[in-house]
Design a binder for this molecule. Sequence first.
Ligand code: CP
Length: 316
Amino acid sequence: MRHFLRDDDLTSAEQRAVLARGLALKADRFAETPFVGPRTVAVIFDKSSTRTRVSFAVGIADLGGSPLVIDAASSQMGRGEPISDTAKVLSSMCSMIVWRTFGQERLDQMAASSAVPVVNALTDQFHPCQILADLLTIAEVKGGLSPEGPALAGRSFAYLGDGANNMAASYLVGGALAGMEVRIGCPESHSPRPDVVARAAEIAESTGGSVLVTTDPAEAVAGIDAVATDTWASMGFEEAGHAAEGVLKPYQVTSQLMDLGNQAVFMHCLPAYREHEVTSEVIDGPASVVWQEAENRLHAQKGLMAWLMDPEQIAG
Ligand code: CP
């Protein structure tokens, strides 16, 4: 049985296979029914969500299953029931557990005691489902689609803003797995964790990708295929985000920075805060692919869930 707790829980080839499956399900929405029965999938939220909640609920239903969306605060989890006890109970009745929570170690604890696959729907450290959707989107808009999945090797991608957050970490690791040139433009005070950069660089060596972390936003986006950013106030870190607006301002995605790219598209996992991390002109302009990116959460996650439910992965 396999879990998807961080981007590199998939190999490069497996990431491509998952995305190929997502693309096939985008073309033929009800082609796979791994949750037929219907089997139930628990989708638990310790934090707010719109896209993740809806895309998992709809995706599970599309795959023949029944989504059970749980607000953790109103469950016994919110009163401190051990994660391992929750895992045993949920996995005795459900076929998969999808969880948005705080520290990555909480997800690791859930997976350690679960008899069914566990999926990361965002932690403080990683947001790997978002990156699957983003890779699908880059392949669609920049070319590189094939029946074997997106061929993203050689494509370049820049993330500007808070380089220490979960999105930057997943872009580094997930982008390197796809063989992409990944650049992070951020102030030194908001650099990615060294272990994440080292892991991404290690992966990039084997996939032909590359990793660059720079404090120069113009260097980050020069000749780039896609530019992304994220809110400066990540969930649970709002106070620190607001305090850092001054230091992050040079990394705001503007038309001037976008013009330095190679007809670059603009991406944002959403929700966005216009005139903070991105100008309205960019996010609402012709280079923006944020709505396609949001819809691709559904298709990429369906590909992931169908792959995780394959008898081969369940038995492995
Ligand atoms: N991008 C993303 O995870 O959106 P939500 O917080 O709305 O789920």
